[in-house]
Design a protein around this ligand. Structure first.
Ligand SMILES: O=C(O)CCC(=O)C(=O)O
Ligand SMILES: [Fe+2]
Length: 198
């Protein structure tokens, strides 16, 4: 992958390919995923209450890759053909294995994702996350847990691939902030490798 360019950020291993998918392929993938995935609102448990997440989501993976967010264990939906194709290309080009993907649909600038790390125990100590973005460009932000000056604003355009590896999740949190700007709908796919849980 010639244009997967490493990004300088101390204590992280982040690389970005701004145009990993051809525009026409990215357009087609955006349309099929938006129309075909069974999008739903996931809830997070906050101070004893179930709060709806400000976005639509869908968890897809191999059988046995159940995934826990906010204390709730979710069973994956089966792979669709277009998602399988992206997974295989990612595996071929990055040399990493992925057995599941969390899809998120941000309908407009009010949809967002708060500060977190992808550090669930089932992802292992140094998870590899491959994040494919489709649709409206949104600002992805990384911030070091202890050193506030270590932060990065990364606009993720249509068809881009962001790879996070190594100690990125251990040292950094990330978020997709809301925006008052008028933005097109956006789908983000985070491919992960979930280890079997008993
Ligand atoms: O939408 C994005 O770019 C970020 C998604 C994310 O952080 C996640 O799915 O864990
Ligand atoms: Fe994340």
């Amino acid at each position: 992958m010639a244009s997967l360019a490493p990004i300088r950020l101390e204590g992280a291993d982040v690389a970005l390919h701004p145009a990993w998918l051809e525009p026409a392929d990215a357009d087609a993938l955006l349309c099929t995923l938006r129309d075909d995935l069974p999008w739903e609102t996931h809830h997070v448990r906050l101070f004893g209450r179930d709060v709806p997440s400000p976005r639509l989501s869908c968890w897809i993976g191999d059988a046995g890759t159940s995934y826990r967010y906010s204390g709730v264990r979710h069973q994956p939906l089966p792979w669709t053909e277009p998602l399988q194709a992206v997974r295989w290309r990612l595996e071929r080009e990055t040399g990493h294995r992925f057995n599941s993907v969390l899809a998120n649909l941000y309908r407009d600038g009010r949809d967002a994702m708060g500060w977190h790390s992808d550090d669930e125990p089932e992802l292992g100590p140094r998870p590899v996350i491959a994040s494919v973005s489709l649709g409206g460009t949104r600002r992805f932000v990384l911030k070091h847990r202890e050193v506030p000056t270590r932060k990065l604003n990364l606009p993720l355009p249509h068809g881009s691939l962001l790879l996070m590896r190594g100690d990125t999740q251990r040292n950094y949190r990330h978020a997709l902030p809301r925006t008052a700007l008028s933005v097109l709908p956006r789908i983000n796919l985070t491919f992960r490798h979930v280890h079997a849980t008993p």
